[in-house]
Each structure stands twice: as structure tokens, then as C-alpha cells.
Design a protein around this ligand. Structure first.
Ligand code: SF4
Ligand code: SF4
Length: 435
């Protein structure tokens, strides 16, 4: 057997195993189209390989040699293509965001109340669009409940439970301080958060620009100045179930969102209380109406991921298919660093979330500067309008994002090579559409 046949056969075996593995993973993930297409490719390559083995010697050498050379060329392009270059870009110091302007706060204001009048007198530019959106039944309201009472009732119960936790976010600090080094504290708090249910946690400095300026919702008085003087933010991510998110934008997705917010709240409340037992100030920030800080940029600073085209944090492990939790504290800690995962370059090539967004709220074009950050800016009103139409928090963009694929060996390998090679990113964008 010639050297060309041996080299070509090795290339065939690698390709056959690759598509076999891909079809097995697709089957396990119930990705029907990907399963059938990878199975057809696996069988076709195996059939071509067998056919090549039975042809005459000179042609056999030539064909096996061609397969080998092509495989080597593709491998070299993969290895040598430039690494993704873009990092998230910040210019200047962003101003604080006013929680009163956040879309969920605006839709909490009840018509005819003092707060409603005060808000729209001060911010008349939002009045027309908000009134228009108000005509659509609210998320989890009676018209939606009638369509799917079981799922919506369960989601409503989860969000009610979260509201009942609001009194638990702070508490008394023990007068006895437990003195450990910042690195011991960091390791300890990460271990505890892992033990409580999140494997994915980072620490960053709590800069004032990431704290909301004035209260817009929740139990604190409306318009009260928000003061959080903690030095550190501990941010963690909780994975959302792949199959539940696959139902987006139907009711199961909001059940899953509520469930993961409850898990994040549990972890934040227990971890913050634990820190107070050690003699340091700490506050849990829980979903619903309780965040005093903006989570996506803190998640980026803490090394959990990067902001993507859909404007939310794309985490290293679960992509955007995650919910974030937050604790702010004065417990001395070691800071983590932001990570560069190649997501800025990937999002430039991929517009899958924009193409699939039922509200067409995700931009197709370039990033723009918003409050000191270069990013893709979501049309929040159009996104929220669709949420009310669907009766859920939609999440179609989260499901279709290639980074949302399950956290397993196969997809983690793809995540790894796409963070290193621009060609791998282009191949992955094409592959995600094809399969
Ligand atoms: S949640 Fe839905 S409507 Fe909003 S941006 Fe994503 S896909 Fe579009
Ligand atoms: S779907 Fe594509 S463009 Fe959108 S956030 Fe994910 S990777 Fe970026």
C-alpha cells in the first residue's frame, strides 16, 4: 500500500469519526435536522472511502493523495488563520443608568397615579410608545393565562415567590470578623457558590457607574437615590435547560426563566448571609424588582463572558442560555479579569439572532456607542412589545445562538477553536446554518 493511500485513509477515518460523533451528539440533543444531515455525510464519506479502496492503483493513489492534501490544507488554514481580534471597547466613564427609565419599571407605573404623571411629564419621549405597548395584555396576565393556565400559573408562582424573598436580601452583620486573606476568601466564596448550585462564578470591582442612580421599582420608595458602597461584585451564572429554552417563545420558557431566577436568588441570599456571618457587609440582588446594579457589564468584568449582538451576556460555558446572580460585598476578594472569547468577531459574521428575532429588535449592522460602550443596541421597546404579545420573555434569540449549544465535549471543542481562529468562526457560522 502506497504512502498516499495510507495518508488518505487516515484523513478518511478522521472525517468519518468526526461526522459519526456529530450525528451521535445531535441524536442525544434531539437535533433532528443535524442528526440526519451528519448521518448522511458520515455514510457518504464512508461509501466514498470504500469505493476508493476498490479502484485501480494509479487512480487510487491520486484520489487518496488528493483527499490527504485537501485535509492538510484545511487544517493549516484552521490553525494559521488569524485569531479573532476585537475586544469589547469602552470610551470614557459611562453615566449611571436611572432605574426609572428601565422598561420593566416604566410598565410598573399605573395610569392615574402620581408616579405615572411624574414620570411621563419628565420623560414625555416614552409616553406614546409605552401607551401603545400598554394596549397589549401584560406578560402572565389573564388573557395569556387562559391560553395555557398550567405553565403560566407555574411561572406566576415562581415570580410571586421571588417577590416574597425581597425582605431576605440584607440583614445584620456579625460583630465578630473572621479574618482570612483575599485569596482564601475568593476561593471560599467560589466553592460555596458552586456547592449551592452555580459552577460558574467571577469577581470584579463594583464601580459606581454600574449601580442604578434612582429607584424605579420594588419595595424601596420610587425616586430614592440608590447608594451601594460595596467594593466588590460576585457574579455567577445558572444554566437554563436546553430543552425548555428550545420551546421559545412558548410558555415553558418563562417557567424556566422563573425557576432559574429562584435558584439564583437562593444562592445570592444564602451566600450574602454567610458573608455577613463572617462580619462583612453583603447584599443579595435578586430578579424581579431588586437589582441595584446592572448585571451584564459586571458579568463581563468578572470574566464570565462578553456582550453579544443580542445585547445580553454570552457566557463562556452556556452562551446566552443562562441567568445571572449577584452579591455585592466588602469582604476582601481577589478580582478576576475580563475574558476574550472572540464573540465580538463571531457576532460580526453571524446574524442568526437578528434574522430569527420575531420583533426584528436586534440590529444587523455595526456596533454603536451607547453610554460609553461600543455595542449592538437592542430595540428594547420592540423586544418588550413582542414579550407581551407572546405572554413570555420570548428567548428565541437565546435558543438560536450557536453559543447556546449544550455544555459538552463536542460543543466545548467548537467553542475553543472558534475563540482561536477566524476561519473556524466562519466555518462554524456556516455549519450552524447548514446543520
Ligand atoms: S427576546 Fe425575542 S423579541 Fe427580544 S430580542 Fe430576543 S428574539 Fe427578539
Ligand atoms: S446568534 Fe450569532 S450574532 Fe447573535 S449573539 Fe449569538 S453569536 Fe452573536
Amino acid at each position: 500500500m502506497s504512502i498516499w493511500v495510507v495518508a488518505g485513509e487516515v484523513s478518511f477515518i478522521v472525517l468519518i469519526l468526526l461526522f459519526l460523533l456529530f450525528s451521535i451528539y445531535s441524536l442525544l440533543e434531539k437535533e433532528k435536522r443535524a442528526f440526519w444531515r451528519s448521518l448522511v455525510l458520515f455514510l457518504s464519506i464512508a461509501a466514498i472511502n470504500i469505493f476508493f479502496l476498490f479502484i485501480s492503483i494509479p487512480l487510487k493513489n491520486c484520489l487518496f493523495g488528493t483527499v490527504f492534501v485537501l485535509s492538510v490544507v484545511i487544517l493549516l488554514i484552521l490553525i494559521c488563520s488569524p485569531s479573532p481580534k476585537q475586544a469589547m471597547k469602552f470610551i470614557g466613564k459611562p453615566r449611571k443608568i436611572d432605574e426609572r427609565d428601565v422598561i420593566f419599571a416604566r410598565f410598573d407605573y399605573k395610569e392615574g397615579t402620581r408616579i405615572f404623571r411624574e414620570y411621563y411629564e419628565r420623560r414625555p419621549e416614552y409616553k406614546k410608545i409605552d401607551d401603545d405597548i400598554r394596549k397589549i395584555p401584560d406578560i402572565l396576565s389573564a388573557p395569556h393565562m387562559k391560553k395555557n393556565p398550567l405553565h403560566y400559573s407555574l411561572a406566576d408562582a415562581e415570580f410571586n415567590f421571588l417577590e416574597n424573598l425581597l425582605t431576605q436580601v440584607g440583614g445584620k452583620i456579625s460583630p465578630e470578623k473572621v479574618e482570612l486573606s483575599p485569596s482564601e476568601n475568593s476561593q471560599m466564596i467560589k466553592n460555596i457558590i458552586k456547592y449551592l448550585g452555580s459552577e460558574f462564578c467571577g469577581i470584579c470591582a463594583l464601580k459606581q457607574e454600574y449601580i442604578y442612580s434612582y429607584v424605579g421599582r420594588g419595595p424601596e420608595p420610587y425616586s430614592k437615590k440608590i447608594e451601594v458602597n460595596h467594593k466588590y461584585a460576585i457574579v455567577f451564572a445558572i444554566e437554563m435547560d436546553f430543552e425548555m429554552v428550545a420551546m421559545a417563545p412558548k410558555a415553558p420558557v418563562i417557567v424556566e426563566t422563573g425557576k432559574k431566577y429562584v435558584e439564583a436568588a437562593k444562592i445570592s441570599i444564602i451566600a450574602a448571609d454567610f458573608i455577613r456571618h463572617l462580619g462583612y457587609s453583603a447584599r443579595a440582588h435578586i430578579a424581579g424588582s431588586n437589582y441595584q446594579a446592572i448585571l451584564p457589564p459586571l458579568g463581563w468584568k468578572a470574566g464570565l463572558g462578553e456582550l453579544g449582538r443580542m445585547s445580553i451576556l454570552i457566557t463562556r460555558k452556556f452562551g446566552p442560555r443562562a441567568r445571572l446572580g449577584l452579591i455585592t460585598t466588602d469582604l476582601p476578594l481577589i478580582l478576576d479579569k475580563p475574558v476574550k472569547l472572540g464573540i465580538q468577531d463571531f457576532c460580526q459574521k453571524c446574524q442568526k439572532c437578528a434574522r430569527n428575532c420575531p420583533a426584528q429588535a436586534i440590529p444587523y449592522g455595526e456596533k454603536v456607542e451607547e453610554n460609553g460602550v461600543f455595542k449592538w443596541v437592542l430595540n428594547r421597546e420592540e423586544c418588550y412589545r413582542f414579550w407581551r404579545k407572546a405572554g413570555t420573555d420570548c428567548a428565541v434569540c437565546i435558543f438560536v445562538c450557536p453559543y447556546s449549544k449544550p455544555d459538552n465535549l463536542f460543543h466545548n471543542f467548537i467553542r475553543k477553536i472558534t475563540s482561536k481562529s477566524s476561519f473556524a468562526q466562519s466555518l462554524s457560522v456556516w455549519g450552524d446554518d447548514f446543520f
